[in-house]
Design a protein around this ligand. Structure first.
Ligand code: SF4
Length: 106
């Protein structure tokens, strides 16, 4: 999954049912994002589908977290998501619920 070549990254923002995908070129990214292991991976693995049920969510999050576990920028990614209060998706190995727990019980 890792590549030495710069890769465009698609970042999905928005709320359930109203997503927008933003393609970000490497020059625009903070340096840690250039090393993201998820670059080039289908973002559907990291963000919930509108009709996702709990068992699907748990499966999807397990896969995403496994990718994050091997990612060299896991920590800055998790910190970024916590600081920016990212509402959706797995960031730095933390699911939405994981981040909520950390923000309410630091
Ligand atoms: S920690 Fe996970 S979400 Fe963050 S850049 Fe790495 S693979 Fe992507």
């Amino acid at each position: 999954m890792s590549s030495s070549e710069p890769t465009n990254i698609v970042v999905r923002t928005g709320r359930a049912g109203r997503y927008a995908d933003w393609r970000i070129t490497p020059e625009l990214l903070p340096s840690w994002r250039r090393q993201a292991l998820c670059a080039g991976v289908d973002t559907a693995m990291f963000f919930p589908a509108d009709d996702e049920r709990l068992p699907q969510q748990h499966r999807r999050e397990r896969v995403a977290k496994a990718i994050c576990a091997a990612c060299p920028v896991r920590r800055p990614c998790a910190v970024y998501a916590l600081v920016h209060r990212e509402l959706h998706g797995v960031w730095g190995g933390l699911s939405e619920a994981d981040r909520r727990r950390r923000l309410t019980h630091p």
